[in-house]
Write a protein that binds this ligand. Structure first.
Ligand SMILES: [Zn+2]
Length: 144
């Protein structure tokens, strides 16, 4: 297996970010489920290049959301642009409606000041930094 799913400290918010790594191809894909930032590197064939060309993509995160419907189906969204007023109004009416599970849904925005919960309830440990997360995870391993 050359594919590995790991976690690393998010460059933007310091929380655990998911990294998909293919070391044989020098490619990776990092997504933070706390702030929504994205960083990837892959090799692609383009019309102008003879061989595959390295394509690096880095997008700032502006927040994340999870909306869980009554049937349990949920949708996760990462924002690489600030939420518009229209989007916030749509979420407001969703979270005021009986059609979603409020306790399993959330909208968290990310600004230079940090995370801010706009609606709903982020899961326990959501705002732990990567270091805090590792410390907690390790102490649980030692305790058990
Ligand atoms: Zn992050």
């Amino acid at each position: 297996m050359t594919q590995a799913q790991l976690q690393m400290e998010c460059k933007q918010c310091g929380c655990p970010a998911d990294i998909n790594n293919d070391s044989t191809k020098d490619e990776f894909d990092i997504n933070c489920g706390r702030c929504g930032s994205h960083h990837s590197q892959k090799y692609e064939h383009t019309l102008v290049s003879i061989g595959p060309m390295k394509v690096e993509k880095e997008l700032d995160g502006y927040g994340v959301s999870r909306v869980t419907m009554l049937d349990g189906i949920s949708q996760n969204t990462h924002y690489t642009d600030p939420l518009t007023e229209d989007q916030i109004n749509i979420y407001q009416s969703m979270f005021n409606s009986p059609h979603i599970l409020n306790d399993q849904s959330y909208v968290v925005i990310y600004t230079p000041d940090g995370h801010k919960t706009l609606f709903g309830n982020p899961p326990k440990d959501f705002f732990l930094s990567y270091q805090e997360y590792i410390k907690k995870y390790h102490s649980e391993v030692i305790d058990s």
